[in-house]
Design a protein around this ligand. Structure first.
Ligand SMILES: *Cc1c(COP(=O)(O)O)cnc(C)c1O
Length: 380
């Protein structure tokens, strides 16, 4: 069986965790947390970053830091993970869901401005599959209407928009180190704070609403409850695991990009027969080998492809279900039809992609897709 995902382990995780246990400093914001922070700041020119227990947590911090209040409106794509929306719903916001692009599951940038009202506070672009949204377009709309931009960069580590690291462009950015992401610590995440005006408060919310970080730097003589907050920081055990992965980031990314390119070369040729579309990467964007997906022509054809791959011992999976049609949100949606989001809900299929996947296995998947298209043609 070719699995859909297999978490990659570098081998150093256990050594670094052992070191943490020996150091008797297990709680958060210790030496490994600082090493991870430095790694991102120097590698991707990020101003300030804060590790969190998950990207879900980073998104919740984002919503608090943005000062989102009941009644405020937030614009985001419908085709995303529930956490993108939940973080803002928890603050009482009203979500206006935008459709996806016809050529990419990312949010249709041209659909954003029509959703802006006097109550809109923020735009949350999601860099689907690690492929950048058009950030210049989004930033221009944000500037014109005085909105904040929070990037959901959960899938977007080591990917770029016009040379700038994703997650470093909006006021804030949220990353995930869940086991399904390129770099993982089992569960884990990070908030990048690119807007200097949000910087001081970010640290306080991160540390349960206290000024403990400033206290440890010797900037205040006792630490106090100064704002709202929560326990967003991960333990040093998680940070140690993450650091072992970050050290191998270059290797992991080379391997994942290699697999992505093998798929893309093999499947672009087969796509010419009209059975599915392959990913489109705009000129301003890069791919980070996070995900390889196909978009079939219908739900039935996607089911047929997934079943065919399963019969060949290959585990391929579909992805999000449009959030505007979810049981939780449906009643609050404003009746707009989001046809592209629904199309990706029905037709998108993700192929196996992980660091340990062998070239021969990738060939096997490509061949299985090919035999499916041949069979589909002979059945017409
Ligand atoms: C994975 C993911 C999340 C959630 O990440 P967690 O670390 O599991 O909380 C949020 N948004 C997107 C787009 C994701 O892919």
């Amino acid at each position: 069986m070719i699995l859909f995902n297999k978490p990659y382990v570098t081998g150093k995780e256990i050594d670094y965790i052992g070191e943490v246990i020996g150091s008797a400093k297990l709680s958060g914001n210790g030496a490994y947390t600082k090493k991870c922070h430095e790694w991102f700041k120097t590698g991707y020119k990020m101003r300030q970053v804060l590790l969190t227990s998950s990207c879900t947590d980073a998104l919740e911090m984002m919503a608090i830091l943005m000062g989102i209040k009941p009644g405020d409106e937030v614009i985001m794509p419908s085709y995303t993970f529930v956490s993108t929306a939940n973080a803002f719903i928890l603050r009482g916001a009203k979500i206006r869901f935008a459709d996806s692009r016809p050529d990419h599951p990312g949010m249709d940038e041209d659909a954003i401005e029509t959703l802006v009202t006097e109550k809109t506070r923020a735009i949350i672009p999601v860099h689907y599959a690690g492929v950048a949204c058009d950030m210049d377009k989004i930033s221009a709309i944000a500037q014109k209407h005085h909105l904040l931009v929070g990037e959901d960069a959960a899938q977007a580590i080591d990917s770029f928009y016009k040379g700038k690291a994703l997650g470093s462009i909006g006021n804030l950015g949220a990353f995930s180190f869940h086991e399904t992401k390129n770099i993982s610590s089992g569960e884990g995440g990070m908030l990048s704070v690119n807007d200097p005006e949000l910087s001081a408060r970010a640290e306080i919310i991160w540390e349960k609403g206290t000024n403990r970080s400033a206290f440890y730097r010797g900037e205040v003589d006792k630490y106090n409850w100064v704002d709202v907050g929560s326990s967003f920081l991960p333990s040093e055990i998680t940070a140690a695991f993450l650091y072992a992965q970050l050290e191998q980031c270059k290797f992991i990314q080379e391997r994942r990009n290699h697999i992505w390119n093998l798929y893309h070369t093999g499947l672009t040729m087969i796509a010419a027969n009209g059975h599915f579309q392959v990913p489109f990467i705009p000129d301003y964007a890069t791919t980070n080998g996070h995900m390889y997906y196909l978009v079939c022509n219908s739900l039935d054809e996607r089911t047929s492809l997934i079943d065919h791959l399963k019969s060949q011992g290959i585990n391929a999976v579909f992805h999000y279900l449009s959030l505007h049609k979810s049981p939780f949100f449906e009643g609050d949606h404003d009746h707009r039809v989001l046809s592209q989001s629904d199309r990706y809900t029905d037709c998108l299929v993700r192929l196996p992609l992980y660091c340990g996947l062998q070239d021969e296995e990738v060939e096997k998947v490509i061949n299985a897709v090919k035999t499916w298209t041949e069979r589909a043609r002979s059945q017409r």
